[in-house]
Design a protein around this ligand. Structure first.
Ligand SMILES: [Fe+2]
Ligand SMILES: [Fe+2]
Length: 274
């Protein structure tokens, strides 16, 4: 048995919200050196479900993110948009689709990464309200945590969900049992980042890394046109006013967070344009 508390050093996790298109990827890559310097993260996790052209992810984009030093990529409801990612999801340990998808669907929902002897478990989960997950999040998270038992000193859960109620509920369900529960999917950061009473860092939505000048990633005139006319409109990813939205979580005891702080950064001028 490993004497956990004695061997653990304080760690810092940088979690970055949904990378939207090439503009989001370039925003992340251009800001990474400064973020590394400022926060010295031991682990960097990004949600990549919109990283390829605004919807889904491809092996090329995932390889690029891993080559930049991203430790884990989490996904969500757009996981299966590009067929070429299916075998990649089975073959690559550190890219996760929601753990509460069906066993028959490509990929897996959790992994463990290590840095300097600290072991971080990462779990991707999908909400069930207005989402298409095959299994209930609240029972499947228990199965995932059971599978991670003894394998990780810290656990971060990406709760990818539409309804704020489900995300808040998951935060309380896991308070004291995991290091962090971070919400993704709505692309809008929420103002409720805090450490819950039993030590779990929580935020309802981290936000997105992409164009703030659009409508959750889409060119604003196209999104408004669709809302106005109720007719089909071809959506393209906006490149207007790209920002990075993320959180920095610091922890020293196993499965406990000390702090969670928002990181909201505009892309350096000119650097995020294709
Ligand atoms: Fe997204
Ligand atoms: Fe999503």
């Amino acid at each position: 048995m490993r004497p956990l508390a004695a061997m653990l050093k304080p760690i810092c996790i940088l979690f970055v919200g949904d990378i939207v298109g090439g503009v989001g990827k370039r925003t992340l890559l251009s800001l990474l050196p400064a973020l590394r310097e400022r926060h010295a993260p031991d682990f960097i996790i990004v949600n990549g479900e919109n990283a390829a052209g605004g919807v889904g992810i491809t092996p090329r984009v995932a390889d690029e993110l891993f080559a930049a030093g991203i430790d884990v990529i989490t996904l969500g409801n757009h996981t299966y948009r590009h067929r070429e990612i299916y075998p990649y999801l089975d073959e690559h340990e550190r890219i996760l689709r929601p753990a509460n998808y069906l066993k028959s669907q490509p990929g897996h929902g959790w992994c463990v990464v290590e840095s300097d002897g600290a072991r971080l478990g990462v779990v991707s989960m999908s909400g069930n309200l207005f989402m298409n997950a095959g299994k209930p999040a609240f029972t499947e998270i228990d199965a995932a945590l059971h599978a991670l038992k003894g394998k990780a000193d810290h656990v971060l859960v990406d709760m990818h969900a539409e309804a704020t109620s489900e995300k808040v509920g998951m935060g309380w369900h896991l308070d004291g049992r995991v290091t962090a529960v971070v919400g993704t999917h709505t692309h809008i950061p929420t103002a409720d980042a805090r450490v819950l009473p039993d030590g779990t860092a929580y935020i309802t939505d981290v936000g997105m890394t992409g164009p703030r000048g659009g409508v959750i990633g889409v060119k604003r005139e196209q999104a408004v046109q669709a809302m106005l006319t109720k007719m089909p409109v071809r959506f393209e990813t906006s490149s207007d006013d790209p920002w990075l939205n993320g959180v920095v979580i610091r922890c020293s005891e196993p499965m406990r967070a000390e702090s969670i702080e928002l990181v909201l950064e505009p892309a350096p001028p000119g650097r995020a344009l294709g």
